[in-house]
Design a protein around this ligand. Structure first.
Ligand code: AMP
Length: 424
């Protein structure tokens, strides 16, 4: 038997209804904040991610699905392509390629699959889905303003509330500018030198290549050492400190609760200033429901003009997992099962189904070859609220037997009143 590849999965009904519910709710929220959708390709040149995500990151150094494109012209041979592991690099590439700065401030969102070769577990897949957004534009359009950071964070709080997701925590930090981070990395290297041999093998490697990443370590024995390391907040210059203060002030003014977490450093190299994560208690080990931050130097790193920006990516798989408890309300069962009774009656039943569906009634349509008992069983299995009997007598009378499957109550309803009666 051929099975889905490890780390990938099929999304099946009824769960797909939850995915649709999530996507339509977030599109509604994006609309009121005046965000517009962008769709970029699922694969891009490997170089885009090497430069836009960072060679030193776990994503680029070990998680990308990359291949050589042999089918292309001789001159392009050896062109390395990669399935996108995230979407910010693609959006910023599109911003540069299509000179979107002409439009001033861009507020863009995307929904789509991303690919990372991670060890699969609950809430972690090799093909997963992200809902993300980017606010990006020239500095003259206000793209650097702390008001944009706060607006994005407030939108996320609204979005989670709208979806009925409770018990989320917003963790917030400022990771400063790249110059401050370089100083901080130096300080970390010094602080790690005498202790790194007592740490896990990942941390020993990080201590040399990218000391900041030590803060991602989850190994319990390493935590007391990490707790004593210097914090980025001690290295922020005055403009970064003030930027962070203003973000926090606006959040307080609009009533969005947050926790400062000076250990939060995020996974991508290009982040500057504001960095954040929303976590959710019910998700277990993979409890980050979304992450994001500011990336003021990314456009330049990709060969574009200065274009400060801030964005986030929500893990849609985890969002749906967090929703599963309250899922009942979202899953719409058939309102009515139409049971055609007797040879030649399918066409009458089809006509009736068409009328009811035009009134937004959810109809499951049976078949005239089914005996009444079988129709009742099918209606019950489908979870329909009513069964509607369409036999010759009913067609002649233009009134139909409508039975409530939960209460057993049965009434004869004239054709013109059916939709209203079913939806009552
Ligand atoms: P990141 O780009 O790593 O910050 O990811 C943003 C969000 O995407 C995370 O908070 C997760 O919710 C989700 N995510 C990242 N990697 C995976 C994965 N392998 N499987 C499922 N969700 C993921």
């Amino acid at each position: 038997m051929i099975k889905a590849v490890r780390g990938t999965r099929d999304l099946l009904p009824p769960e797909t209804a939850l995915w649709n519910f999530v996507e339509s709710a977030v599109r509604d929220v994006f609309r009121t904040y005046n965000f517009q959708e962008i769709r970029t390709p699922i694969f891009e040149s490997t170089e885009l991610f090497a430069r836009g995500v960072g060679e030193e990151t776990d994503i680029v150094s070990k998680e990308m699905f990359t291949w050589e494109d042999r089918g292309r012209a001789e001159s392009d041979k050896g062109n390395s392509l990669t399935l996108r592991p995230e979407n910010t690099a693609g959006v910023v590439r599109a911003y540069i390629e299509h000179k979107l700065w002409d439009r001033g401030l861009n507020k863009l969102y995307y929904i789509g699959p991303q690919f990372r070769r991670e060890r699969p577990q609950k809430g972690r897949y090799r093909q997963f889905y992200q809902i993300g957004a980017e606010v990006i534009g020239p500095p003259s359009a206000g793209s650097e303003s702390p008001a944009r950071d706060a607006e994005v964070l407030e939108m996320l709080a609204t979005l989670l509330d709208r979806l009925g997701i409770q018990n989320w925590t917003l963790e917030l930090n400022s990771v400063g500018s790249s110059a401050e981070r370089a100083k901080f990395n130096d300080a970390l290297r010094v602080a790690l030198e005498p202790v790194k041999n007592q740490m896990c093998s990942d941390c020993q490697r990080r201590a040399v290549t990218n000391p900041l990443r030590v803060f991602d370590c989850k190994v319990p024995e390493d935590q007391p050492i990490i707790e004593k390391l210097p914090r980025i907040s001690e290295y922020l210059d005055e403009p970064c400190r003030q930027h962070f203060e203003q973000v926090k002030e606006i959040l307080k003014a609009v009533g969005v609760a947050f926790q400062e977490n000076s250990r939060l450093v995020r996974g991508l190299d290009y982040y500057t200033r504001t960095a954040f994560e929303f976590t959710h208690g019910a998700l277990g080990a993979q409890n980050a429901i979304l992450g994001g931050g500011r990336y003021d130097g990314l456009s330049e790193a990709l060969g574009g003009p200065a274009a400060p920006g801030i964005g986030f990516a929500i893990g849609e798989d985890r969002l749906v997992l967090a929703l599963t408890e309250s899922a009942e309300a979202v899953l719409r069962k058939p309102d009515v099962y139409i049971a055609p009774l007797g040879a030649g009656i399918n066409k009458e039943a089809a006509h009736l189904a068409r009328e009811l569906r035009r009134h937004d009634v959810v109809v499951e349509l049976g078949d005239e070859t089914f005996r009444l008992k079988k129709s009742f069983e099918a209606a019950t299995k489908a979870g329909a609220k009513y069964i509607l009997i369409v036999g010759e007598n009913e067609v002649t009378a233009n009134a139909f037997a409508l039975k409530n499957l939960a209460t057993g109550e049965q009434v004869s309803v004239p054709r013109a009143e059916l939709a209203a009666r079913i939806q009552k």
